[in-house]
Write a new protein. Sequence first.
Length: 259
Amino acid sequence: MDVVSFLAGPQPQHGIGVVAPFDFALDRELWRWVPDDVSLRLTRTPFVPVGVSLDLARLVSEHETLRDAVRALGASEPEVVAYACASGSFVGGLAGERALCEVMRTAGDVPALTTSGALLDALGELGARRIALLTPYTESVTRSLEDYLAEAGVTVVGRAFLGLTRHIWKVPYRAVVDMAREVSVEGADALFISCTNLPTYDVIPQLEAELRVPVVSANQVTMWSALRAVGASAVGPYQALLMDATAATAEPEGQEGVT
């Protein structure tokens, strides 16, 4: 029997276009949320010699930059396009986020979303109006995120930030967990870990078990929202956003924690 004929070729794929900042280094983390019948088509914004800051957030979210990136992705025929950058999509407030989506929709003639818009949708899904906040950013960038959330009616009840301006993707899981443990979650409906360049996939279950609140991250909400747009579900065991909240906050059996 012809093995190739037996296998019937590759499985048909839903395509998700992803525009990421030039320094994005966590492609593999995005893929971990993606089921087998979905493919990511990634592109990056042009390099600019600026550290992580409000200036960089504005530069990597310029309308012409996103327009060109989405047009380039068009050759791969994605069904939806996601702008995978938290700071670039919250720096302009709610109106700025909506404008980014409109630019991408127009350029690609497909639905479009951003990390910060997906965050608000995820918080709504969880019924979270009061959150704790963890970021790798400087204080000024963190404050800009708080302003965006406040504009959307979300109150930040506790916060912590690392003050980094580069190499955020090199922050180890242990540092993320340690910082999360320092954030006050009293009165919070959820904890949000910002920045698509900060690794979070494996720490979400442990933090939910420890803190007893849903934990959402920038990459998680981006993939959750993009996958919903193509009729698919994100893959993420023991993550409250992706499953029954009661089960998600139980201690995962046999899973090693980050201590």
